[in-house]
Design a protein around this ligand. Structure first.
Ligand SMILES: [Fe+2]
Length: 152
């Protein structure tokens, strides 16, 4: 995947990316070699998703969105705060995102931020997002609302 990510990165704005051009959207190959307990069928993730969603949760999406190291042409950018569910959805939990870091997160290389309340309550839904589903900025939370959340 690393060599594929470099090929994608070399395509610049012609690559599939999420929010920033240095965040290639890259699906891991669903091959048997990767079905080990530390990845796809992770027992801890399975216990949590089963406990939250009920027995036999369904795996419906598997993709990667990697923040690549900077290049001469592309400096690192912070991914905007966004909801992963940028579409109408019920208020009870209906899905979970399980993130598997491909490298060790440190303060120096950054990590995934989790903003509480982006998928539920007053801080969620279409009314708090910048763009419609499917747009590059879809799911981005409006800056004025983020400022309110920062205070919390
Ligand atoms: Fe996301």
């Amino acid at each position: 995947m690393t060599s594929d990510a470099r090929k994608l990165q070399a395509r610049g704005k012609d690559m599939p990316f999420n929010y920033n051009v240095d965040n290639p959207q890259q699906d891991p190959p669903p091959i048997k070699a990767y079905f080990e307990s530390s990845t796809f069928p992770n027992p801890i993730a399975t216990q949590i998703t089963t406990g939250m969603l009920g027995p036999r949760p369904k795996w419906t999406f598997c993709s990667g969105n990697s923040a690549m190291p900077p290049t001469v042409d592309v400096q690192p950018q912070r991914q905007p705060v966004h909801a992963d569910a940028d579409f109408a959805h019920p208020s009870p939990p209906f899905a979970l995102v399980v993130n598997l870091p491909l490298i060790t997160f440190t303060p120096e290389n950054g990590s995934t931020e989790v903003w509480l309340g982006t998928h539920t309550g007053e801080m969620s839904g279409f009314k708090v997002q910048e763009e419609a589903h499917g747009e590059r900025a879809s799911g981005c939370i409006q800056e004025a609302l983020l400022e309110q959340r920062r205070q919390v």
